[in-house]
Design a protein around this ligand. Structure first.
Ligand SMILES: Cc1ncc(COP(=O)(O)O)c(C=O)c1O
Length: 458
């Protein structure tokens, strides 16, 4: 393999799902019916579904086999203990609490540690994380480094936390109001950009000085560790597992969506060392998710995650994963499409604000571009910008830091020819960029509006 440039998919396909090929005329009607919100599409109306990499990946034969031995006992299932051992092998926290997905872990943790007056710093809160923090009355503060907010600026670790800004925030509000500091690896809302070990160590040092716990939002921990291996001095010879363990050793706990680097279609967990918090979290878990040895999951799901954690840290898998995302990013860059650089781990983020300078942020250039990609080629993507982040808890609306369109790549699901098709479609839409028009919101909920808002032409 070392003699060749092409990095092949390190798997072959045993089971296929058909894609229904649609016409532009059909998609125009579908888009009107969905009120320009791609979450309202039926998935069989989509040809290439890049809405999310969450829970949409293909499982391996070994995962399907492991599911067969799933033990569905209410309490004390061996499937739970296999899951717990697999998590603990990488993240040796004292308490490992399974949840049905990442946001359930967030909801439970922030119900325990959040509340009015509390402040949670993060490099960038993901939408559900922010919503769960704010739901308790706490304030979610994003402190990613300045480079992380400039799509065209190259930096190896654009997900890093701004250490000086973290110090300033602690000085301003006082450590007593900060129950925990969070770092999201990789930084999904900032372009799937990684956080370095050096930066995590610096955050840890700040936390130590002020007696604060550090939590990881670890959804894409393996992709983050691969970037550390590739880009951080002195890491290239290391096993990714050991890099993951280093990341874990700097934290006091984590929230996790196993729908990403758990390589599973559902699942998540909350892990932490603190006894008192763990007890309160388990009590809430029983109220909302289930008994602590299944936590909202079937035994077979726990088995799929345990096997997924074994596979996600394979170097051949991670090399292919990161390179195939970069393949899409490189092709769009070569075509002059502005994207967040360097390409992130799980997705390519098109900079819609730069591509559509004639559409003001409050007419949602990201949403307009996502709708155009669907209309032109049946590709479903996701706006990560003013629709997602622009509505403040007090009901006012402001432009988000960036207006991005995320092309998220499901794990082990699409081939290179699918990506070549995506490249052609994006190129065509980018050529017609000046003809695209903005949108306005005609109906929306107060929280997480991007999932259900209805749009009309501006
Ligand atoms: C960084 C990050 N945190 C949390 C979540 C929430 O996880 P889930 O979708 O499993 O609830 C996501 C999901 O996309 C995410 O990307």
């Amino acid at each position: 393999m070392d003699d060749f440039r092409t990095i092949i998919e390190p798997f072959r396909i045993k089971s296929v799902e058909p894609i229904r090929l649609t016409t532009k005329k059909e998609r125009a009607a579908t888009l009107e019916r969905a009120a320009f919100n791609l979450f309202a599409l039926h998935s069989d109306e989509v040809m290439i579904d890049l809405l999310t990499d969450s829970g949409t990946g293909a499982m391996s034969a070994a995962q399907w086999a492991a599911m067969q031995r799933g033990d569905e006992s209410y309490a004390g299932s061996p499937s739970f203990f296999r899951f717990e051992a697999a998590v603990r092998d990488l993240f040796p926290f004292k308490h490992i609490i399974p949840t049905h997905q990442g946001r359930a872990a967030e909801k439970i943790l922030f119900s325990v540690i959040g509340g009015p007056d509390k402040v949670i710093p993060n490099n960038t809160h993901f939408d559900t994380t922010r919503a769960n923090v704010e739901f308790t009355g706490a304030r979610a503060v994003d402190l990613v480094i300045a480079e992380g907010k400039q799509p065209s600026l190259i930096h190896p670790f654009k997900g890093n936390m701004d250490i000086a800004a973290l110090e300033r925030l602690i000085a301003e509000v006082g450590p007593a109001r900060i129950p925990a500091v969070f770092v999201t690896v990789t930084n999904n809302s900032g372009g799937g950009q990684p956080v370095s070990l050096e930066n995590l160590r610096a955050v840890r040092a700040v936390c130590d000085r002020h007696g604060l716990p550090l939590f990881l939002d670890a959804c894409r921990f393996a992709e983050n560790a691969w970037f550390i291996r590739e880009r951080e001095p002195g890491q290239r010879h290391r096993d990714v597992r050991d890099i993951v363990r280093d990341m874990a050793s700097l934290a006091n706990g984590m929230t996790m969506s196993a729908k990403k680097d758990g390589l599973a279609n559902i699942g998540g967990w909350l892990a932490l060392d603190d006894e008192a918090w763990a007890e309160r979290c388990r009590n809430l878990l029983i109220l909302t998710e289930g008994f602590p040895t299944y936590g909202g999951l079937a035994g077979r799901d726990l088995e799929a995650i345990a096997q997924g954690l074994e596979e996600v840290v394979h170097h051949d898998y991670l090399r292919y994963r990161i390179r195939s995302t970069e393949y899409l990013g490189d092709a769009l860059l070569a075509a002059g499409v502005p994207i967040v650089v360097p390409t992130g781990g799980h997705a390519v983020y098109i900079d819609a604000r730069t591509l559509l300078p004639h559409i003001p942020p409050l007419q949602y250039p990201g949403q307009a571009l996502a709708a155009a990609l669907y209309l032109e080629g049946g590709i479903r993507s996701c706006e990560i910008g003013t629709v997602m982040f622009g509505l403040a808890p007090d009901g006012t609306e402001h432009p988000a830091a960036m207006d991005l369109v995320r092309l998220a790549i499901p794990r082990r699901t699409y081939t290179q020819s699918h990506m070549d098709y995506v490249i052609e479609v994006v190129r065509k839409v980018a050529k017609q960029a000046s003809e695209l028009r903005g949108l306005r919101i005609v109906e929306q909920p107060r929280q997480l509006r991007h999932f259900s808002a209805k749009f009309g032409r501006a």
